[in-house]
Design a protein around this ligand. Structure first.
Ligand SMILES: Nc1ncnc2c1ncn2[C@@H]1O[C@H](COP(=O)(O)OP(=O)(O)OP(=O)(O)O)[C@@H](O)[C@H]1O
Length: 496
């Protein structure tokens, strides 16, 4: 230090510069390492936690729990998991290897200064991570390693967080009174649905196709970018009630680790609010509109016309008009074009990595524009329980893979229409300890009953058709007779 001060004060610049240069080289020769520091708070904002610090912390947790001797334990927010991290004042190092480059991480705390008055977090709270590596790896570390650490840290955050289920509703409109507060558009709860593709009962080939499609989507960020397409995908799930549409959405969310936004379209005031709701969703999410056929004017012009006619009729009657006035105000003004914009307008591209799912029991009611390919990329039909789907349910509910009754059940399932929900209900033990055969027998009996009902129904339909046919014939004969009698009449008249 003395030599350095003397050098600065007593020697001219022409001499000090080369001396400094060579002494630096000498220092590098004995200590050829670089250290980068990552503080917990942004350099220019004492209140703003640095997102890179958080990502590094997550990335280092695995290394620290395997290597460090001094660890700090905490419970991650939103989860019950205990997280072990490197103790910040232990001056311990954990090593990492990347592309055969060895690097060392350590953590530290800035010591508080007794003379400084701080308004942000106390200096003692100012923690940091330090990364040390050989000078010759500078480019590799700065260009690739740091990017790798930050990306991995973010991925761990997504994997570890508790996923949320968001819902919108009209009640959110109040926003807690003050108009200065930003109105909350979505209410949230922790999403904890146990459904997975493994427990979803459907044809295995079809299931594999859907899983591949979803996985491929979630890994195709670069592909979507290269073809200039927004990173989103639409799925239309259709089929009778109880065939597993909602269950499949939960399985999708669990597979991809996405949040779910359950959009109640009838509670959305207008297209502007719909757009705001969309902007307020995060990436890595599934936006669901269930029973879309019941939601809107998405059923095409036919229903709109019917509605207009009804409205006209009601307006003629003053009593009905008064009753409708209060009701009308609450009716959603979202239009089909607003919804189309929601799916593939400019705003829909913001954020990226989103899946939009529509479910319906009546696919034929939907406006073709809404479900054309490109908007709803995959149309998935969920149907009545087949034998393969039954095997999944038998495994789920009874832990059975084979049984003598399976043959009979296969036969009956081929002849009847029973939803997976009904099959599951029959398979579920009704009293604790009920034997598996008893549950299978209950299903057989239920299937036989459905088969009989279906036969009766078919018979009734056939009889009705026969009756109709008979009536038509009788009417035809009567009309013919009438026509011929009127022709006779003409002949007579002509004759006259
Ligand atoms: N394919 C399936 N695989 C596993 N379980 C199913 C399946 N289908 C239905 N279930 C069971 O039946 C219940 C109802 O199913 P779900 O709500 O998914 O049907 P849905 O098609 O969405 O019905 P809706 O059209 O009435 O909303 C679920 O809780 C689930 O346990």
């Amino acid at each position: 230090m003395l030599a350095y001060t003397m050098l600065q004060n007593f020697f001219p610049h022409e001499i000090t510069t080369p001396i400094k240069h060579y002494s630096k080289k000498l220092l590098n020769f004995f200590y050829p390492y670089i250290t980068i520091t990552f503080p917990e708070y942004e350099a220019d904002d004492d209140f703003q936690r640095s997102s890179s610090y958080a990502s590094i912390k997550r990335y280092l947790n695995t290394l620290s729990s395997a290597q460090a001797k001094h660890l700090q334990a905490s419970v991650a927010p939103d989860t019950d998991a205990v997280v072990l991290a490197m103790a910040s004042n232990s001056s311990e190092e954990v090593a990492d290897v990347f592309e055969n480059i060895k690097l060392w991480w350590s953590s530290g705390e800035t010591q508080p200064s007794s003379q400084t008055i701080t308004f942000g977090p106390q200096e003692a709270d100012k923690r940091f991570f330090s990364l040390t590596f050989h000078i010759r790896h500078r480019a590799a570390v700065c260009d690739r390693y740091l990017k790798h650490v930050l990306e991995q840290g973010k991925e761990i955050a997504v994997r570890e967080r508790k996923r949320k289920l968001f819902t919108n509703s009209r009640e959110n409109e109040g926003g807690g009174g003050s108009h200065f507060l930003r109105r909350r558009l979505w209410s949230e709860v922790v999403f904890d649905h146990p459904a997975t593709f493994q427990t979803l009962a459907m044809d295995p080939e079809k299931k594999k196709g859907i899983i591949d499609d979803l996985t491929n989507f979630s890994e195709s960020k670069d592909y979507y970018k290269s073809v200039g397409k927004a990173w989103k995908r639409g799925y239309l799930l259709y089929g009778p009630p109880g065939t597993g549409k909602s269950t499949m959405i939960a399985a999708m969310a669990n597979l991809l680790q996405y949040d779910v936004y359950d959009l109640e379209l009838t509670a959305v005031k207008d297209n502007t609010e719909l757009r705001r709701l969309l902007i307020d969703t995060s990436s890595k999410s599934i936006i669901v509109i269930e029973d879309i056929d019941c939601s809107l004017v998405v059923t095409g012009q036919r229903e709109k016309k019917e509605k207009d006619e009804k409205k006209e009729e009601e307006e003629k009657d003053p009593m009905k008009k008064m009753m409708m006035m209060g009701k009308e105000k609450k009716e959603s003004e979202v239009t089909l074009s607003g919804l189309l914009n929601f799916i593939d307008g400019l705003w829909s591209a913001c954020g990226g990595e989103r899946i939009i799912v529509f479910t319906t029991n009546y696919v034929e009611k939907l406006d073709p524009a809404l479900i054309r390919r490109g908007r709803m990329d995959q149309h998935i039909e969920l149907s009545y329980c087949g034998y393969e789907a039954f095997r999944v349910l038998a495994k789920n509910y009874l832990d059975l893979e084979e049984h003598d009754l399976f043959g009979r059940i296969r036969e009956l399932l081929g002849e009847t229409k029973m939803t997976p929900a009904d099959v599951a209900e029959n398979l579920m033990p009704k009293v604790k300890g009920e034997d598996k055969e008893g549950c299978l027998m209950r299903l057989v009996e239920a299937l036989v009953k459905v088969e009989e009902e279906e036969k009766l129904m078919a018979q009734k339909l056939a009889e009705e058709e026969e009756e109709e046919e008979k009536k038509k014939k009788e009417n035809g004969v009567a009309e013919n007779e009438q026509a011929s009698s009127s022709r006779d009449g003409v002949v007579i008249l002509n004759g006259a």
